[in-house]
Design a protein around this ligand. Structure first.
Ligand code: 13P
Length: 275
């Protein structure tokens, strides 16, 4: 019975991946065969979209299963895992709290990634609470280790990054939340772009930002966020919202981030052993 239930669950997750694929395609977040989606089943089994298909027209049998190194565990004939699987696997490896990764090329977010402008202006409450700011990972050639390597240093501090001259990457504790993160990134980028067209945004004040951070902490929202980790803020200096996109979060508090990840992993194992 256990095996049957697991298979049913897996099939359900494959259907959900197809549904999210439709949404990113129908919302214009990907063109043609672009983008990819993955979901973690357990430490050594991951479902992912296949390479070279439109994510708007997938059915469950398109979805591939890979191990933690990205090797194929199961794929129907004619389907191979996404060419970007290494990027997804790096996120799972370095973020034990993440259960799903979504990569897309939404027009506004990708335009910022192409112009080399990170999303760092606190312009509206939801973006400040959900994302804080969204940095740009240095350009890498798709399908190589260059993108995972570039993304790696941002993983302890953010739940979404722009990929320079390429697109956006979002990740969270569930498929729906990872997709929502991508929507939030794109909405934030679109608002920022349009506000710039209207003469430039009138950003929230540092005090208003801190009050939003406080709300985020009260909600106990999952994921990483500059509100929790920005070493500038901890040192009593302006947080990364005010450092013009040059926040050095990635270098200063890596010990704290590693500790947090370790504690998360230990907590997960303890909870698993109790259930
Ligand atoms: P795949 O079809 O191999 O997943 O690649 C799509 C893409 O967007 C690469 O960046």
């Amino acid at each position: 019975i256990k095996g049957v239930t697991e298979m049913a669950t897996e099939y359900e997750i494959k259907k959900q991946i197809c549904e999210i694929g439709k949404r990113i395609y129908n919302r214009g977040m990907v063109a043609s065969n672009d983008g990819n989606i993955s979901v973690k089943l357990n430490d050594n089994e991951f479902l992912c979209t296949p390479t070279g298909v439109s994510k708007g027209f997938m059915t469950p049998e398109y979805i591939c299963k890979v191990d933690a190194k990205g090797n194929v565990l199961q794929a129907y004939e004619g389907f191979k895992p996404s060419s970007e699987i290494k990027m997804h696997m790096r996120v799972y490896k370095e973020r034990p709290d993440v259960n799903s990764v979504v990569h897309a090329h939404p027009v506004y977010a990708t335009s910022f990634a192409i112009a080399g402008i990170p999303l760092t202006e606190p312009i509206m409450p939801e973006a400040v609470i959900a994302l804080g700011c969204v940095p740009i990972a240095e350009y890498g050639t798709p399908s190589t280790e260059e993108i995972p390597d570039a993304v790696s240093k941002y993983l302890p501090y953010y739940d979404a990054v722009l990929l320079e001259n390429h697109g956006a990457l979002a990740f969270s504790d569930s498929l729906l939340n990872a997709y929502h993160k991508m929507e939030s990134v794109e909405f934030y980028a679109q608002l920022l772009y349009q506000a710039k067209m209207l003469g430039g945004p009138k950003p929230l004040s540092e005090e208003q930002v801190q009050r939003l951070y406080e709300i985020r902490r009260k909600f106990g929202m999952k994921g990483k966020h500059p509100a929790d980790l920005c070493p500038n803020a901890k040192a009593g200096k302006p947080s990364c919202h005010s450092c013009g996109g040059n926040c050095s979060c990635g270098t200063v508090s890596s010990t704290a981030a590693n500790d947090a990840a370790l504690i998360a992993e230990i907590t997960k194992k303890v909870l698993a052993s109790l259930s």
